[in-house]
Design a protein around this ligand. Structure first.
Ligand code: 5GP
Length: 191
């Protein structure tokens, strides 16, 4: 998506360890007008697939997924990373290795909010090594729901996550695919 690529070139900051910082418009301060346009694009891609639920993972996926859910007119569920008093009863769980922190944590979704009746679109801000998506797809499969596909804002296509998920036969649509980026030069190339 040209608009998003231009914004990444303008405001994205390439950090060490293959991390792209987009916190001025996507996952800390959020440009809601831009995110509404991203949601329109996800809607265009998946509108005929009977999506009745959006699933994401806390924290940075939530804001984006909320706007996507509003566009589809369906509820959004986010997998929680911390067990709170509100999360009672039976839960679906999966283990996820964090790309940004390097730690392994559990993600949880209450069994109340996913079932075999659901057609789920998974939304996330980034796709890197695919661990977050693998965790979410496990939860959807455990629930008996159907995975319609994944909608990713930025896929770092030089990492292997996209291949891993597509090799499972899951549709992945990414609005910007980064082929190469360099912390030294600050240059980003798109697919
Ligand atoms: P994966 O599980 O695919 O390795 O990584 C996806 C998760 O890690 C995303 O939910 C995102 O929060 C975080 N992440 C991965 N790469 C980046 C990056 O380059 N920049 C930022 N800001 N987050 C990233």
């Amino acid at each position: 998506m040209r608009l998003l690529e231009e914004r990444i070139k303008k405001d994205g900051i390439i950090g060490e360890g293959n991390v792209l910082k987009v916190d001025s418009f996507l996952n800390h301060q959020m440009d809601i007008d831009l995110i509404c346009k991203l949601a329109d694009e996800f809607y265009r891609l998946y509108e005929n697939n009977g999506v009745n639920k959006i699933l994401t993972i806390e924290a940075s996926g939530i804001g984006i997924a909320a706007i996507v859910a509003q566009r589809f007119g369906v509820p959004m569920v986010f997998a929680k990373k911390f067990k709170t008093k509100n999360l009672t009863g039976d839960i679906f769980t999966a283990k996820v290795e964090s790309f940004t922190h390097g730690t392994v944590y559990d993600i949880m979704v209450s069994k109340k909010f996913l079932s075999e009746k659901d057609n789920v679109l998974i939304i996330d801000d980034f796709l890197a090594k695919g661990q977050a998506l693998l965790g979410l797809t496990k939860i959807v499969k455990d629930s008996g729901a159907k995975i319609v596909g994944c909608g990713i804002v930025i896929e770092k296509a030089f990492q292997d996550g996209g291949k891993k998920i597509r090799d499972l036969g899951i549709r992945v649509e990414s609005l910007a695919r980064i082929k190469e980026m360099s912390a030294e030069t600050g240059v980003v190339f798109f697919d």
